[in-house]
Design a protein around this ligand. Sequence first.
Ligand SMILES: Nc1nc2c(c(=O)[nH]1)N=C([C@H](O)[C@H](O)COP(=O)(O)OP(=O)(O)OP(=O)(O)O)CN2
Ligand SMILES: [Zn+2]
Length: 136
Amino acid sequence: MRVTVSRKAHFNAAHRLYRSDWDDAKNLDVFGKCSYPNYHGHNYELIVAVTGEIDIETGFVIDLKILKDIIKSEVEDPFDHKNLNLDVPEFAELNPTAENICVVIYTKMRKKIGAEFDIEVTLYETPRNFVSYSGQ
Ligand SMILES: Nc1nc2c(c(=O)[nH]1)N=C([C@H](O)[C@H](O)COP(=O)(O)OP(=O)(O)OP(=O)(O)O)CN2
Ligand SMILES: [Zn+2]
């Protein structure tokens, strides 16, 4: 019997969507207002879902305190109140779209959470725009 345990988190961050090998006009055409040169912010909402067997002794799939601490150290501390393009090394050469941010977070989670667990990361960039990744 596999059960899913989820933890919500949030971070505020600035970004700009653009490709340095495109001129400003093409960036504006493709990425719209998210390509504006002076950056802009989003209130990102994150859900990390961990699926596994319930431990007979504890009744836990995973201790939510452990999940909370992993999300804090891997996502909140490095991303919150940062400029993703300038401050976060993973996005130095990677466009910080919601899709790419979601995959980066999944990869960081995957390194910290045991292989016996399945993980799904859902990232809301706005209340109506969200993406999910589960390593497929
Ligand atoms: N596939 C993607 N498309 C877009 C992304 C993305 O990351 N992946 N990002 C953006 C913008 O950064 C942003 O998410 C869109 O902002 P906005 O249009 O303001 O979104 P809203 O939900 O506020 O828009 P409403 O029209 O009010 O619903 C664009 N595309
Ligand atoms: Zn944006």
